[in-house]
Design a protein around this ligand. Sequence first.
Ligand code: CAA
Length: 284
Amino acid sequence: MAIQKVMVVGAGQMGSGIAQVCAQAGFDVKLNDMKQEFFDRGLGVITKNLARDVEKGRKTEEEKEAILGRITMSLSLEDAQDADLVIEAATENMEIKQSIFRDLDGIAPKHAILATNTSSLPITEIAAVTKRPEHVIGMHFMNPVPVMKLVEIIRGLATADEVYHAVEEMTRKLSKTPVEVNDFPGFISNRILLPMINEAIYALYEGVASKDAIDDVMKLGMNHPMGPLTLADFIGLDTCLSIMEILHEGLGDSKYRPCPLLRKYVAAGWLGKKSGRGFYVYED
Ligand code: CAA
């Protein structure tokens, strides 16, 4: 099951990062989004990242241009007709993802693998809308994609072994480390990370310590690169809330109840870095 041609659906933060690492590994990548301005924004981020690599002497100008040359714009899912692997990184919404997978199933060649970068939606439920559930799999990249080494590879209920192995091999070609996970709420990364973040929010809510103190404890005491409240702002508080709700509902255990303070911030539109305010204020 040789993978050569890749299509990435969604040119946002995750999709553009995935397209960058695929192109860096020598794959031809179609980067798909609904409007040219979304593609342009994604390509702009990739270009900036590669320019920094050139500045730091990690790549030559020629290598940068070759990588950019392997990324082409796509504004229609019809472009999946010659893809070997499609990695979907669209909005975290089951209806949107199912609609994309239904369309891709009708367009992509029979052998093509359809992967989703979802951080918490069930792979099995996405696969169920296709006629090829054995070719559907989760490829959960971490943010920022060009930096983070992990890809959680999630087997849906029907995912075939050969599909899993092809994706595992592809992940290694991207210079990432694959980790095999079964399809349960939050997989592994978010089943562990989000309750930790939620507990940090509870500690703030209950007045146990200030936000800076909570972040300092985890940064300096546990060697985490970011404190949990800073990380929550970085992930997006709406995303954090939605993952906690998936854990709470999917596992049916009250230990996963989202902190009321998290709900309040999201209701206020304080979504973290992307909205300019979350637990911290972001000037630019
Ligand atoms: N894209 C590309 N490169 C980036 C980047 C980005 N968005 N952000 C940072 N970098 C690069 C920087 O350019 C820098 O590279 P150089 O060596 O060339 O200088 C390097 O990463 C380190 O960056 P900084 O010096 O600016 O800052 P830092 O040392 O604090 O590192 C960080 C930044 C890598 C983001 C680090 O803070 C970190 O690892 N944070 C935790 C990230 C994390 O936990 N990610 C998982 C989020 S959860 C998730 O993704 C799953 C989910 O489903 C919610």
